[in-house]
Write a protein that binds this ligand. Structure first.
Ligand code: NAD
Ligand code: UDX
Length: 480
């Protein structure tokens, strides 16, 4: 029986390994983590992450061929294939701070693998890492190997949160990078054999190590670039009276462009896009490619511009001050169908409004009050360090209250800001909400999910990203 061990029981390690276990009953999969609370949660009825379909997959194989454990060394020692899916945050200090990947967790995992191994192993990079990390890891492993053979593969993960299980069941492609040596190719084949249990052969792509590593960063940069492109156009739509939804639709009909990832929004969030682009920028700079670095930097600048523009729009519409005004924030997660708040645009929008002394009532169906308070208190880039290492000191800001219901959040509010596209926000009783709000009542839709005309009929002043402006807003221009 092939034995797989995955180091890191997070958003990637957990779901990925659960699906491998489900699809490969002949493989024994153990997911290990240094965080005991996380492992305990994986072993309980309350999984540590919310992901549609995940619970069902875990329940089918947990205790049969899928296990979660804190005994990292034992399971690494016993494994034939070790996946490494630990955090790769942006460095907060020292050389490359604010851009380069911090490989502390990766390196400590690699050193531990070298220390405890007693048999040959395939070590798979699942984390997103800078190009040539495999080479560095290879050096750590081979210099400490006691004669053991390690083959390093790069197998970046392309799942998106909220659709992780679907993405894993039916991936567009699986990418496996390996050394072009007989040993390297044998390892590539061994990993191909795992995926071949359910992924059609023509979707399993084999490349060299560096191409696999770079493809992951490039794919995320391309996806984020599409969002920044449509968000840039959304600003122009507001200035000219065009409708960004119509423009996106028209652009997306061109088969060379395609319709996906063209939804204008308050900005992209999530643990990957910004981090991976910063990483790409840093690699370009290290290679003297400053024009290329600046090109990609612009994707992040437009994203920051979009978040600022949204805050400015809220403040300027409400007579240039939100001081003491109650603003209901609907949605805090970085996208729907996840409780993940890493780099969510809601953090920057809330901080912007709090900076103007607003009183916020926040509601998200999947994010806890503790998480919201911690996020609002956290320094930039601190979020991607293992949670048990993070200072757990959520500040009890009296300007923020967290509700468990959209209606409660909106009661007596001057405005509503929709920051996550949860389906339930589409079908709220907006008449009931309007009746309970202060007047004039504003809706600022950062996800383009409300029926603008219907809400205007009720009496709301509505701003929806990239849509023709309400006459009220035209008179109160926002300067980003
Ligand atoms: P995560 O923070 O959810 O999980 C990482 C886990 O690794 C944590 O539970 C942490 O405790 C554990 N860990 C850290 N160091 C360890 C060590 N030395 N030994 C054992 N456990 C250790 O992160 P994630 O979202 O799963 O991301 C993991 C990697 O995958 C990152 O490189 C990320 O960029 C990449 N990635 C993430 C996504 C996504 O959607 N979240 C998608 C594709 C790729
Ligand atoms: C992303 C990549 O899609 C995935 O392949 C990679 O493995 C990890 O990073 P994820 O961050 O989980 O996945 O979600 P994604 O669906 O890509 O959304 C990222 C952000 O972009 C979200 O904040 C989302 O709301 C925003 N977005 C997405 C838009 O604003 N407009 C769009 O059209 C699409």
């Amino acid at each position: 029986m092939v034995k797989i061990c995955c180091i890191g029981a997070g958003y990637v390690g957990g779901p990925t390994m659960a699906v491998i276990a489900l699809k490969c009953p002949s493989i024994r999969v153990v997911v290990v983590d240094i965080s005991a609370p996380r492992i305990n949660a994986w072993n309980s009825d309350q999984l540590p992450i919310y992901e549609p379909g995940l619970e069902d997959v875990v329940k089918q194989c947990r205790g049969k061929n899928l296990f979660f454990s804190t005994d990292v060394e034992k399971h690494v020692r016993e494994a034939d294939i070790v996946f490494v899916s630990v955090n790769t945050p942006t460095k907060t200090q020292g050389l490359g701070a604010g851009k380069a990947a911090d490989l502390t967790y990766w390196e400590s995992a690699a050193r531990m693998i070298a220390d405890v191994s007693e048999s040959d192993k395939i070590v798979v990079e699942k984390s997103t890492v800078p190009v040539k990390t495999a080479e560095a890891i290879e050096k750590i492993l081979t210099h400490n190997s006691k004669g053991i053979n390690f083959q390093i593969l790069s197998n970046p993960e392309f799942l998106a949160e909220g659709t992780a299980i679907q993405d894993l069941f039916n991936p567009d492609r699986v990418l496996i990078g390996g050394r072009e040596t007989p040993g390297g190719q044998k390892a590539v084949q061994a990993l191909k054999d795992v995926y071949a249990h359910w992924v059609p052969e023509d979707r399993i792509l084999a490349t060299n190590l560096w191409s696999a590593e770079l493809s992951k960063l490039a794919a995320n940069a391309f996806l984020a670039q599409r969002i920044s492109s449509v968000n840039a156009i959304s600003a122009l739509c507001e200035a000219t009276g065009a409708n960004v939804t119509q423009v996106s639709h028209a652009i997306g009909k061109d088969t060379r462009i395609g319709p996906k990832f063209l939804n204008a929004s308050v900005g992209f969030g999530g643990s990957c896009f910004q981090k991976d682009i910063l990483n790409l920028v840093y690699i370009c700079e290290c290679n003297g490619l400053h024009e290329v670095a600046n090109y990609w930097k612009q994707v992040i600048k437009i994203n920051d511009y979009q978040k600022n523009r949204f805050v400015n729009r809220v403040v300027s519409s409400m007579f240039n001050t939100v001081s003491g005004k109650k603003i209901a924030i609907l949605g805090f997660a970085f996208k729907k169908d996840t409780g993940d708040t890493r780099e969510t645009p809601a953090i920057d929008v809330c901080k912007g409004l709090l900076g103007d002394k607003a009183q916020l009532t926040i509601y998200d169906p999947q994010v806890t009050e503790d998480q919201i308070r911690r996020d609002l208190a956290m320094r930039k880039f601190d979020w991607d360090h293992p949670t048990h290492l993070q200072p757990l000191s959520p500040t009890a800001t009296k300007e923020v209250s967290v509700c468990w219901d959209a209606y409660e959040a909106a009661k007596d509010a001057h405005a509503i800001c929709i920051l996550t596209e949860w389906d339930e926000f589409k079908s709220l009783d907006y008449q009931k909400i309007y009746n309970a709000m202060r007047k004039p009542a504003f809706v600022f839709d950062g996800r383009n999910i409300v029926d603008v005309e219907k809400l205007r009929e009720i009496g709301f002043i509505v701003y929806s990203i990239g849509k023709p402006l309400d006459p009220w807003l035209k008179d109160m221009p926002a300067v980003a």
